[in-house]
Design a protein around this ligand. Sequence first.
Ligand code: NAI
Ligand code: 15L
Length: 278
Amino acid sequence: MSLAPKDPLDGVVTRCHRILLTGAAGNLGKVLRDRLKRYADVVRISDIADLGPAGAQEEVVPCDLSDAKAVHALVAGVDAIVHLGGVSVERPFEEILPANIQGTYHLYEAARRHGVRRIVFASSNHVIGFYKQGEVLDADSPPRPDGYYGVSKAFGEQLGSFYFDRYGIETVALRIGSSFPEAKDRRMLVTWLGYDDLEQLIKRAVFVPEVGFTIVYGASANRDSWWDNSKAARLGFRPVESSEQFRAKVESVPPLPADDAAGWYQGGAFVKAGPFGD
Ligand code: NAI
Ligand code: 15L
C-alpha cells in the first residue's frame, strides 16, 4: 500500500466546455492561451489590448474590465474563469482602481449572475511584499502590501473570500511570485515560477473539487523559499521546475548595495515605487 497522499485530481475530469482567460494579450496570457486548450473545448480569450485573430478552439472577446456591461457579456456561458487581466505593476491609484479593483468586482458580479462556479485569481506576492526577505510566511499570514498594486490584489483576494461565503463561488487565489522565462536576479531565485509549474497550478486551481476559497503561492521548487506552500500541496501541486538553472548567471553579477531597500523586502523594488504625482 502506498503512503503517498492521494492526488485530489484522481478520477476528476480535467476538461470543461468553455474557460474564460482575461489578460490574454499579456505575458502570462500568451503562455496560457494555447495551454488552456488542453482543459477546455473552447478558450474565450479577452483583453483590452489586441489579441489578433481567433485560432482553433478560441473565441476572441475584447473587453475593458472597467466596463461593467461589457464584462457581464464577456462572462456569459463560461464554466470557469482564469483572471489575469489588469495592471500588473505598481502604478498610480487612478490607474489601478478601474482595472484591478472595479474590474475584479465586475468579474465576480458577472460570475454570480451567470452562475459561474470557479474563478482562478492571479494575485501576487506584492500582497505580502513588505515582509522582510527570509521571513517564512504561509497563506494565512496577514497581508502587508507593498503598494497600490499589492493593495488591489489583497482586495481581489478578499472579494473571492466574500463571494465564496455569500454565494458559494469558489476561488483559488494564486500569489504568483515571478513568472518569467528566467529568474533575473537574486530575489527571483527565490520567487521564480516556471511556466510548466504555472500551468500545473492553474489546472489544479480550476479542477480540484471543493477548494472553497484558497490562497496558494505560485513558486517553483526553488532551492530557497520564503513561503510555506502547504495549501498548494493540498491541491496536489508538485512543482517540477527550479530556478537553480539560473543561479550561476544571476550570481555572476554583484549583489544590490546593503542600503538598497529592494534587497530587504520580499516585494523587491516595488517597495520603492512612487509616490506618484507629487
Ligand atoms: P501583463 O501586464 O503582461 O498582462 C496583463 C494584461 O491585462 C495585459 O495584456 C493588459 O492589456 C490587460 N489589462 C490591463 N488593464 C485592463 C483592463 N482595464 N481591461 C482588460 N484588460 C486589461 O501581466 P502578466 O505578467 O501577464 O501577469 C498576468 C497576471 O498575473 C496579472 O494580473 C499580474 O498582476 C499577475 N501576476 C503576474 C506575475 C508575473 O510574474 N508575471 C507575478 C504576480 C502576479
Ligand atoms: C508581479 O506581481 C508582477 O506582475 C510581475 O511583473 C513581477 O514584477 C512579479 O510580481 C515579481 O514580483 O517579480
